[in-house]
Design a protein around this ligand. Sequence first.
Ligand SMILES: NC(=O)c1ccc[n+]([C@@H]2O[C@H](COP(=O)([O-])OP(=O)(O)OC[C@H]3O[C@@H](n4cnc5c(N)ncnc54)[C@H](OP(=O)(O)O)[C@@H]3O)[C@@H](O)[C@H]2O)c1
Length: 339
Amino acid sequence: MRAYRIDRPGTPDGLVLHHGDPASPGPTEVLVKVHAAALNRRDALILSGRYPLPARPGVVALSDGAGEVVATGEAVTRFRPGDRVTGSYFPRWTDGPLRPELADQLGCTVDGLLAEYAVLDEQALAAVPDHLDWAGAASFTCAGVAAWRALTGGARLLPGQTVLVLGSGDVSLFAVQFARTLGCRVIAVSGSTTGAERLAALGADHIVDRRRTPEWSGEVRRLTGGAGADLVVETHGPATIEQSVRSAAFHGQIVLLWVVGDRPAALRITDEAYAGSLATIRREFVGSRADLEAALRAAAAHGLRPAIGREFGFDEAPQAFRAFADRESVGKVVIRAAG
Ligand SMILES: NC(=O)c1ccc[n+]([C@@H]2O[C@H](COP(=O)([O-])OP(=O)(O)OC[C@H]3O[C@@H](n4cnc5c(N)ncnc54)[C@H](OP(=O)(O)O)[C@@H]3O)[C@@H](O)[C@H]2O)c1
């Protein structure tokens, strides 16, 4: 079987194709024939050597992937050959709160899914609903779960409340779709025409163009009659946190998914924008297997399919990474496994 390993992060040819035999599943493990895998921003950062957490040298790339169970260890009870499954971002975090000792990540500290076969513990897998094709099934693990948990992991979001998303990255696209399934109104801030079109097609009610309106919080407040957004899916951290805080309702939630940036955040807790409100800043890091399963159940109930941007063949994985890094498309970048 073939697998792409990140042998030389930070170099132009850091992603290296390896040939070998698939491992045999241990007693609680499952052998999966991978049909599709998908990229996330952190995969590009890992390959370029800029991810803030250390990746294991030579790790098989990508957290996101889906395939068919082809063999199971003798103690496996959750799956049978023929089942369609996808991997959970933190293979050892099944439910409850994340703890540091559960923080292994697929495609970072443990082997991921950019391979023709993968062996995973049965606890690290979720069943894929029938309405998803392989590209869709491979797309939930990171961005889909992060968006789902951003919306559902804190104070209950009610139908009719307003969700704000920033940009047309994969987390934002999923957040628009999930927010609509929860009956929420969605405002999206975007700086690109294609991004704005995709956000609107997925159900965003209002698009604010950040090229024309760099201080977009004023427009968010205007669109909400002065009240502000009930929940902000904050995907850009230092670059946007000040505008996000100014956009949030008095008791709003700001779900901070990214804290890395080239410059310090333009927000101090003493600033009137924050000090004068009771908004909560909540940190999230993707989610547990239970979150993945809940997101997939919600997707099945609403016929939700991920927005796919571009698909590549297995042989084209390096090109897929380059196209993703260069933001050539909007929506998930998917790599189809051979066969
Ligand atoms: N904590 C977690 O659980 C978690 C999970 C997944 C991802 N993340 C992080 O969340 C971030 C988003 O990831 P992603 O994959 O959804 O998207 P991404 O590919 O990083 O999003 C890029 C898009 O965001 C918009 N954007 C860029 N700079 C912006 C700015 N200064 N203000 C407003 N919008 C801006 C642009 O969209 P437009 O062209 O439409 O403006 C751009 O195409 C990444 O940093 C990623 O590492 C965190």
